[in-house]
Design a protein around this ligand. Structure first.
Ligand SMILES: [Zn+2]
Length: 415
């Protein structure tokens, strides 16, 4: 194993240790080593770090030398990215779920962004995008906090435009983290952190003025470094705005943590806009594409939030009905009944995953309770009559047939 591979493994061990606190069965999964999204994020970080080397400040450029900053994709909860200090270098942990969300959301939006010629087909009805965004946001709001939605068919231009938006948003997130390192802001120490804190979020605490500074420098760094890579500053500004609009939708479903230092997206947009206007004011129509992006996402997003809520109510009611009325035997169950529960669960996951996951979480017993009930039961019949056990068995059946990240988040193994 090379040194680099060895240190990546050390980093994974640290993150898994922190993520697993309180529930050792959770978060077993990490992105595969050939993760394509991770590769893109790493290459963007490399571009920003290379750009930072052009400064004449030797001390500053030393702090952000490419070999002293590495990036890992991790399945975090409610932050986009987080920087930790480890050994003599910094590690930026990038939220895998957020990266997927940024790309999928852009994909839903771009059919209405691209410029269509007279020979082109008209855009699909907006209701299609609204339905997709409703499910994306619902996944983000769930315990899993990642949009487990397969990519859908879209044209090459839409796809390219979506990639550009997602990459620009990711560039800003990375630039914000790199700004923390450049300015020597408070950064959690991976060596001591797991003993002191209860979540990754606890490691991301610093004064609000440092967060503002990282946003301001991050916005400039994102636009400057992309200009150096040949990207139009207007597209870069639109990408930064896209990130905040996407974040705002996550905030609306409670998928993002907000506190004294981590301010709501709407406040952060205002600060970044001001900074970017000051620096690139010479560029004509600097904010035009950004404003169009905001208008579109606000329109699609508010309809999607309503649609999500509507679906959640329906699915939650149906889950409750299913858990209440289905009989379940400890021996063998009718395969046709199991098949129909399996199929229905699958379609409910496609409509409102958070409602399904919430219902499963509420019905699943922890190991201790489960074992106690089994131990203290007077007879096989009394076990079958115990309502908690019956609900648990049905929830367990649905959960163990769910996608792996759902099983991990719920801490459900087999059997
Ligand atoms: Zn920050």
């Amino acid at each position: 194993m090379s040194d680099a591979e060895g240190s990546k493994r050390d980093i994974d061990t640290v993150f898994l240790r922190i993520l697993a606190r309180g529930n050792s069965s959770r978060f077993k999964f990490l992105p595969p080593p050939d993760d394509p999204v991770g590769k893109v994020i790493e290459s963007i970080a490399a571009e920003i770090l290379a750009f930072c080397q052009t400064t004449s400040d030797a001390e500053l450029s030393e702090r952000v030398k490419p070999r002293r900053v590495s990036v890992r994709m991790v399945p975090l909860g409610d932050v986009s990215a987080l920087t930790l200090y480890m050994g003599s270098s910094h590690i930026i942990a990038f939220n895998q779920g957020v990266a997927l969300y940024l790309y999928r959301l852009a994909r839903a939006m771009t059919p209405y962004v691209i410029v269509r010629g007279t020979g082109d087909a008209p855009p699909p009805p907006e209701s299609e995008a609204v339905a997709v965004i409703a499910v994306l946001l619902d996944w983000m709001s769930s315990l899993v906090r990642a949009p487990l939605v397969d990519a859908w068919e879209t044209g090459p231009r839409e796809q390219r435009t979506a990639e550009n938006y997602a990459r620009m948003a990711e560039r800003f997130v990375l630039s914000h983290e790199i700004a923390h390192i450049m300015r020597e802001h408070l950064v959690g120490d991976a060596g001591t952190a797991p003993q002191k804190s209860s979540s990754l979020h606890d490691l991301d605490r610093r004064p609000v003025v440092q967060e503002h500074e990282a946003d301001a420098i991050g916005a400039m760094l994102a636009v400057d470094s992309s200009s150096a890579a040949g990207i139009d500053p207007r597209a870069a500004v639109a990408g930064v705005r896209y990130f905040f609009e996407a974040l705002k939708l996550c905030e609306a479903v409670g998928a993002v943590h907000i506190d004294d230092a981590h301010r709501p997206a709407v406040e952060r947009i205002a600060l970044c806009d001001k900074v970017m206007s000051g620096r690139y004011g010479r560029v004509p129509n600097l904010h035009q594409a950004a404003d169009q992006t905001s208008d579109l996402l606000r329109r699609l997003g508010s309809a999607a939030l309503e649609e999500r809520q509507r679906r959640r109510v329906i699915v939650a009611a149906r889950m409750e009905e299913l858990l209440t009325n289905t009989s379940w035997h400890f021996g063998s169950n009718d395969p046709a009944v199991m098949r129909s529960i399996f199929d229905e669960a699958k379609s409910m996951f496609a409509s409102s995953p958070s409602a399904v996951i919430d219902a499963l979480q509420a019905s699943l017993l922890d190991t201790q309770t489960f074992e106690r009930l089994m131990r203290t039961a007077k007879s096989a019949e009394s076990l079958e009559q115990d309502d908690r056990l019956r609900r648990h068995r049905i929830a367990h059946f649905i959960a163990r047939n769910a996608p792996l990240p759902v099983r991990d988040a719920l801490g459900v193994g087999f059997p």
